[in-house]
Design a binder for this molecule. Structure first.
Ligand code: BT5
Length: 274
């Protein structure tokens, strides 16, 4: 059953980007709970101007507009809420997915099934009612594309997979969407409560397959390798670089070796930030 928040689900055959649509709606003062779903996106976007690929009608492309009472240092939890809800919906469909830091859902061999993109809309237009700042969180979940690796562009072979490819049968979009929104409801409620945020952080840590993995970290102008050991309450990744703990605020990591443990270790000492 859907919760009270996500009752206004707007469906589009084609849209440039469901995130773009909801950011514009947020600017006009649209309330929390608005959902946009597209059959096809002509300009589906990832982080840093990257593209999100999905042939028309094949996958779930959905964004939600949230207005959580969330400390600015914990904005990543809005991304986490969406990723965790999608992981639960995948579990319902028969497959276990893991969070790869910072915003991917992957199968244990590291291939990406879904990506999450959060975009904030801080101001309101002058005529808009006074409402909490919005965060628009979009997720693309590969349901039926790729059916096989032959469907993928060269750069995504070995890097992307779908529920269909993993499960061996097609996956219907509507039940997956309903399950996702139902699993999202309590997590969005949790965003506005200190206890709820602690719970989300704990859940994120236990689903995060990056913790315990050997990683290659790419930073602006530099790179290093180490073992990811922790996720801070702010969502930053702590990496052990030959005994030196380095905190990665934003960036991309490549898993060199899968995580040795799914249950991550306890918190270590607080390292310096980069
Ligand atoms: C993401 O970015 O993973 C966030 C993707 C968010 C897409 C959703 S769809 C609904 C909503 N509306 C939007 O316009 N966007 C959101 P990033 O971490 O930057 O990853 C992008 C990279 O993933 C690309 O550069 C490709 O390498 C790869 N990629 C693109 N499409 C993919 C796919 N379908 N499956 C797996 N990997 C993909």
């Amino acid at each position: 059953m859907l919760g009270p928040r996500f009752t206004d689900v707007r469906r589009f055959d084609e849209l440039d980007s469901t995130n773009r649509y909801l950011v514009d709606e947020a600017r006009s003062g649209a309330p929390e709970g608005l959902v946009a779903v597209a059959d096809h996106q002509s300009a589906g976007r990832g982080r840093l101007g990257r593209r999100w690929e999905a042939p028309a009608g094949s996958n779930l492309l959905v964004s939600v507009l949230l207005r959580p009472d969330l400390p600015s240092g914990q904005r990543h939890l809005a991304t986490a809420a969406v990723a965790l809800a999608a992981a639960d919906a995948a579990t319902d469909a028969g497959i276990e997915l893991w969070v790869k830091w910072p915003n991917d859902l992957v199968v244990p061999d590291g291939r990406k099934v879904a990506g999450v993109l959060a975009e904030a809309e801080l101001g309101g237009s002058s005529g808009a009612p006074r409402v909490r700042p919005a965060v628009v969180v979009g997720i693309g979940i590969n349901l039926n594309w790729p059916a096989t690796d032959a469907d993928l562009p060269e750069d995504l072979v070995g890097a992307a997979t779908s529920l269909r490819q993993q499960l061996g049968h097609p996956v219907d979009r509507e039940p997956l969407l309903s399950a996702f929104l139902a699993h999202l409801e309590p997590r969005v409620a949790a965003l506005s409560e200190p206890e709820g945020r602690l719970g989300l952080h704990a859940e994120l840590r236990s689903r995060c397959i990056t913790i315990g993995a050997d990683v290659h970290v790419q930073l602006p102008g530099t790179a290093f390798e180490g073992t990811a050991v922790e996720l801070t309450p702010e969502g930053h990744l702590v990496v052990n670089d030959r005994g030196r703990l380095r905190t990665i605020v934003a960036g991309d990591v490549v898993h060199l070796r899968p995580s040795s443990r799914i249950v991550p270790p306890g918190p270590g000492r607080l390292p310096s930030q980069e």
